[in-house]
Ligand binder design. Structure first.
Ligand SMILES: [Zn+2]
Length: 438
């Protein structure tokens, strides 16, 4: 739900972490079948291994079935017309329905804008949340009783009414300095705030323009990507802390949550499913003269039928590396998940299964340690692979060595790692595994 800049490896040799070269490998020469043979395909059938994908789980909280969208934006923000047009296009698009219908969310209602509350030149996100809450209070709850359509209402007690009829969105102006939200680290998040002591409303906050566009995104791209990411997450999980709905993936795939920085809502899960030119998966919608881009989101339905769950590029092959983890380890309380157990100083070989849903060009393998790469902690796992160039049906022998005990903040008793592939055009797919300790 909280967007940090993720650390997808760059395309190229730097992406290959701790891999041996191809020289001296056994097995490659022996299986040196001419790829792309015109008569039979030596890499089929497809997929050679069933895709093992997580599913986002419904925790039961409210979702925003047909919410109005209210955008707080600086009236002088030069992007205001484009952002308004973007929201109208997005709300009316088939993509909105394709994205949200399976999560019980329909198209938005009215889409309106309001002036951003006046803020000092420098402030913290908590200050902005309080200012938005005050604005919503003045707008809707100043004279109101708790009778305007919230869910979870219980007038006889102090239970908070969770209002699922409006999503508030704050787009930070280009000039805003947010002390705890430097755009290189945090680009947006969504939460809920109390407009009165008993009226709770969903809120998404999105960074303005970063002074230096990163990942080859323009500043507007950046804004649009994170705006769509937060909106789709907020409508499917509007009260993530007090009444979570589509909050995170199933326990068996908890390593994905860890690998994505502790979050696995429907936007987070597609952050790593990117196209190389832009750094994030793009879907283009629009009418003549009005093209906009936004980030794709996770589909449980597509995952269930073995299609690319992020669906970013129609017609492209879907491919995935999967660590074959045969143990189940206790991670945190009652949570157990597939894992490989590795003591500090020990090396264990993990098979990584390579699958694609159709023929591909050569795919290049990479792997990284989540503790150091995502959380900037000391490196917990190091890797050596017996090959880096693969196709459907191949099995990589990945030697995993534990350098030190785990210390991830969101999971106990283990270390997550990421395995990834990219193709010749730079399309990248990643999945996650988990190394426990004895
Ligand atoms: Zn998110």
């Amino acid at each position: 739900m909280s967007e940090r800049r993720h650390l997808a490896p760059a395309i190229g040799s730097a992406a290959v972490v701790g891999l041996v070269g191809l020289a001296g490998l056994v097995g490659l020469a022996a299986t040196g079948i001419a790829c792309g043979s015109s008569t039979t395909d030596p890499h089929g059938p497809y997929p050679a291994f069933a895709f093992d994908l997580p599913r986002v789980v419904d925790k039961g909280g409210p979702r925003l079935a047909h919410a109005d969208l209210v955008l707080f934006v600086d009236p002088n923000d030069p992007r205001k017309p484009a952002i308004e047009q973007f929201l109208l296009l997005l709300g009316a698009s088939q993509t909105w329905s394709d994205t949200t219908a399976e999560y019980g969310v329909g198209p938005p209602g009215a889409i309106t804008t309001l002036p951003m509350p006046t803020m000092p030149s420098s402030f913290a996100t908590s200050d902005l949340e309080a200012a938005i809450a005050q604005s919503v209070h003045d707008l809707r709850f100043k004279n109101a009783s708790a009778a305007d359509g919230g869910v979870g209402a219980d007038a006889a007690s102090s239970t908070t009414m969770k209002h699922a009829e409006t999503l508030y969105i704050a787009l930070l102006p280009p000039t805003a300095t947010v002390t705890n939200m430097p755009c290189a680290k945090l680009l947006g998040y969504h939460t809920s705030v109390l407009a009165t002591p008993t009226d709770e409303v969903p809120l998404a906050i999105v960074e303005g323009i970063c002074t230096a566009a990163q990942d080859a995104l323009t500043a507007d791209d950046l804004t649009l990507h994170y705006l769509s990411h937060e909106i789709f997450e907020a409508v499917t999980d509007p009260f993530p802390f007090s009444a979570p709905a589509w909050l995170a993936v199933d326990d068996a795939h908890a390593a994905w949550t860890s690998g994505l920085g502790g979050f696995s809502e429907i936007g987070d899960l597609c952050l790593e499913r990117d196209v190389p030119s832009a750094g994030f998966p793009l879907v283009t919608v629009g009418t003549a003269g009005a093209l906009v881009t936004f980030q794709s989101t996770w589909s449980n339905h597509r995952a269930a039928v073995g299609a690319d769950p992020c669906g970013a590029i129609e017609g492209e092959p879907f491919f995935l590396p999967m660590p074959a983890l045969t143990e189940r380890a206790k991670l945190n309380g009652a949570l157990t998940a597939p894992a490989v157990t590795i003591a500090t100083g020990q090396t264990v070989i993990v098979d990584v299964h390579i699958a694609s849903d159709r023929a591909t060009s050569d795919l290049t393998f990479f792997v990284y340690d989540v503790a150091s790469k995502v959380y900037q902690h000391a490196e917990e796992l190091t890797f050596t692979a017996d090959r880096v160039t693969v196709r459907n049906g191949d099995v990589i022998k990945l030697s995993v060595t534990r350098a030190r005990p785990p210390r991830l903040p969101t999971l106990l008793n283990g270390s997550a790692f990421a395995v990834g592939l990219y193709d010749e055009s730079g399309v990248q797919q990643v999945s996650y595994g988990f190394a426990a300790v004895p």
